[in-house]
Design a protein around this ligand. Structure first.
Ligand code: CA
Length: 232
């Protein structure tokens, strides 16, 4: 279940958001200030943080700044909430690394839509946990890849590689990182095997015109570019 940490000092707003999230099938963890949020984050790893700007003691932006400078927690998407609609604050929030920005008052449907959009962007997956690339669908739960409901045959390494790349769209990974993240730990770690698997993966995707989404980034590594074709 998708879990959202909501850091907000006003209880009625927390209750409203908790209700909206539970109707959308999401779990809400909550904290009334940044200190509580930090202690919760030591035990849990929410899928997204909804962070109020104006909090007692310390502002949400300070917590955001710490999250973004922490290698463990840097990738957690954050949506800032604020009562201040000023452009200056907005720019500051985005500069510190907020993924999106919502101005109070907001409607629950708007909030849910923005959360889903940020999660899709961050993880590449939809609400059902499926990963998409054009008309190709990877279902991690079923361990299946389909294109227009036709099964696509992939070797285990190519499957893991595709799953990893689809989960991190638009980011560049070195061969070493791909070996770290997408290969089983006991396998021989040769960077050349990454090139071989990328070649196999492209070949498997070519009949669907999707091989062009796997970019070679010269001198660095590889990236899945979801926009590198018609519609992705
Ligand atoms: Ca507040």
């Amino acid at each position: 279940m998708t879990s959202i940490l909501f850091v907000e000092d006003e209880a009625p707003i927390r209750d409203m958001v908790r209700f909206a999230l539970s109707r959308a099938g999401m779990e809400m963890l909550d904290a009334a200030d940044t200190l509580q949020a930090e202690s919760l984050l030591r035990a849990r790893r929410p899928d997204l943080i909804l962070l109020d700007w104006m909090l007692p003691e310390e502002s949400g932006i300070e917590l955001l700044r710490r999250l973004r400078s922490d290698s463990e927690r840097r990738d957690t998407p954050v949506i800032m909430l604020t009562a201040m609609a000023g452009e200056e604050q907005k720019v500051q929030g985005l500069e510190v690394g907020a993924d999106d920005y919502i101005t109070k008052p907001f409607s629950p449907p708007e909030l849910i839509a923005r959360i889903k959009a940020v999660l899709r962007r961050a993880t590449g997956s939809d609400e059902a946990g499926l990963l998409h690339l054009g008309e190709l669908v990877l279902d991690p739960a079923a361990h299946q890849v389909r294109w227009r409901d036709r099964p696509v045959a992939l070797g285990p390494t190519e499957y893991r590689l595709l799953r990893f790349l689809l989960s991190h769209p638009g980011r560049v990974y070195s061969r070493g990182q791909l070996l770290d993240y997408a290969w089983p730990p006991h396998e021989a770690r040769e960077e050349r095997t990454v090139d071989v698997s990328i070649r196999r993966l492209r070949k498997a995707l070519a009949p669907f015109g999707l091989d062009r989404h796997i970019d070679t980034v010269r001198g660095t590594g590889y990236r899945l570019d979801p926009g590198g074709g018609s519609r992705a």
